[in-house]
Write a protein that binds this ligand. Sequence first.
Ligand code: LRH
Ligand code: MN
Length: 395
Amino acid sequence: MNGRQTERVMQRLDSFRIELPSWGFSNTGTRFGKYLQPAAALTIEEKFSDAAQVHRLTGACPTLALHVLWDLPNGAADVAQIATLAARHGVAPGSINPNLFEDQRYKFGSFGNPDASVRQHALQHARDSVDIARRLTSRDVVLWFADGSNYPGTANIRRRKAWFEEHLAAVHGDLTGDQRMLVEYKPFEPAFYHTDIADWGMALSFARAAGPRARVLVDTGHHYQSQNIEQIVAWLLAGEMLGGFHFNDRRYADDDLTLGSIDPFQVFRIFHEILFFEWESGTRADIAYMIDQSHNLKGKIEAMIQTVMRAQELYAKAALVDYDRLASAQARCQLVEAESVLQDAFSSDVRPAIAEWRRTHGLPPDPLAAFNESGYLERITADRGGRTSATSSYA
Ligand code: LRH
Ligand code: MN
């Protein structure tokens, strides 16, 4: 890489921030069980403490996504405690995620439930979450719904669509200031016949119908096998409807594996579409980059640091694309030329430039090595070990 390229990487890293999920630090599992880690975070204080470690070592994760029932079980009454912890650990509360799937009454859905009292309960929780976000000066409320059905004929899909439009508009009505609501889609799981918000088109339609503060959230694990995710990203960018990402990786379905562990070129292609859009439009895309993973086998903090380092690396590679050369090759249908512009960037070793960026920001050149040498894991294993944590809930 030449000096100009190194400069571009440094500039891009200066503004690259990625949000950590509180649930990525606690014991999570699959339906076949949960393997408990003695150092796993159980309390919200421990989640902030672990997130602070990742931010201290990477300089790229100033916010922590919170899941309302898991992190604020008493709702607004927990806001003061969260604010205290955020100040103590130097990590701000990030996106607020209502939980519209764990409560027993959501067996047949939340916003899509035929029982009006359940829809009302779900709506109230979503509105309380908007209120919590305002009190915590969190900008984004992320709405993901497990709603759907398992057997043909058991759900009136059109009626449920109408209920979703009605309730999403009501939530939108509560947003103030620069708040946004991000509508997250998912093709299946836990529902296996139909899911009410199953793909980007449905999420886009709901977001547009809800109002101007609504955007679409792309969880990279929420796509059919051969779906072209970066094309969805390009479409949402063109429509100024891309609100953010939940990054993870997968081999099969919503595997929630660590970013770039299976298909790093996929993440590169997504970052490329965003940076190419910004170059061409001369604007900054207003995107919330977030991680949504469950570390069932890897050490949780280790996996989180690995994820942030990988995200920085793939973002830096995408920043090296030569847009003039690309645009000219695309215009002249020079296929090999255009393709190699991307492959040259993807094949560039940006790690020395990233290490330099870290040095100039007083950060360890290798955050993972620094973490392993810090003694933090040994300390929390001693402090937290021997506890038994719930093996029932997701996180
Ligand atoms: C659903 C999902 C959603 C979260 C949950 C933890 O699969 O991606 O974003 O609420 O994971
Ligand atoms: Mn997600």
